[in-house]
Design a protein around this ligand. Structure first.
Ligand SMILES: [Zn+2]
Ligand SMILES: [Zn+2]
Length: 154
């Protein structure tokens, strides 16, 4: 990632102003959506340590690192779309769709659960949901600025 690279999480911000300070531990995620975004970017960039650190300790099973590494090496992530974010009393749910390269286009749509402990957000688990219907004229999820039908929907 160069200094002028856009963040993989599709925030529209530069990586150095978005997920990089979280990946480098100079900032903590201020809300669960930011943590979710930084975890997506970590998948994109192959930052296994970051994914393990932000997974709740009760969810770190033996073999977790290998499973993450395998998932990262097998998936080419294309973009992220946050659908919903609810937060109260150090509990949060974030619904998102992460798109990946496949034929037809791959979608991981999930409602994820997070908790905040001692000021830090952790991912717990998620519920898979059916894929999102994408409008052909909507702006493509990948951040290209083009219509879906002229980009990844073509
Ligand atoms: Zn980001
Ligand atoms: Zn696209």
């Amino acid at each position: 990632m160069s200094d002028s690279s856009l963040c993989p999480c599709n925030s529209g911000l530069l990586y150095k102003e978005c997920c990089q300070p979280l990946h480098q531990h100079t900032h903590v995620a201020e809300d669960a959506e930011k943590l979710m975004r930084s975890r997506y970017s970590a998948y994109h960039l192959g930052l296994v340590d970051y994914l393990l650190e932000t997974l709740h300790p009760s969810k770190r099973h033996p073999g977790e690192r290998e499973a993450l590494q395998e998932s990262i090496s097998q998936t080419d992530w294309l973009g992220l779309k946050i659908i919903d974010h609810k937060e109260a009393n150090n509990l949060a749910e974030v619904e998102f769709v992460a798109f990946y390269d496949d034929e037809p286009l791959g979608q991981l749509r999930e409602r994820s659960r997070f908790t905040r402990e001692a000021g830090r957000w952790f991912y717990h688990d998620g519920l898979f949901l059916p894929p999102l219907k994408l409008g052909r004229n909507e702006v493509c999820f990948c951040g290209s600025g083009r219509k879906f039908k002229q980009c990844h929907g073509s």
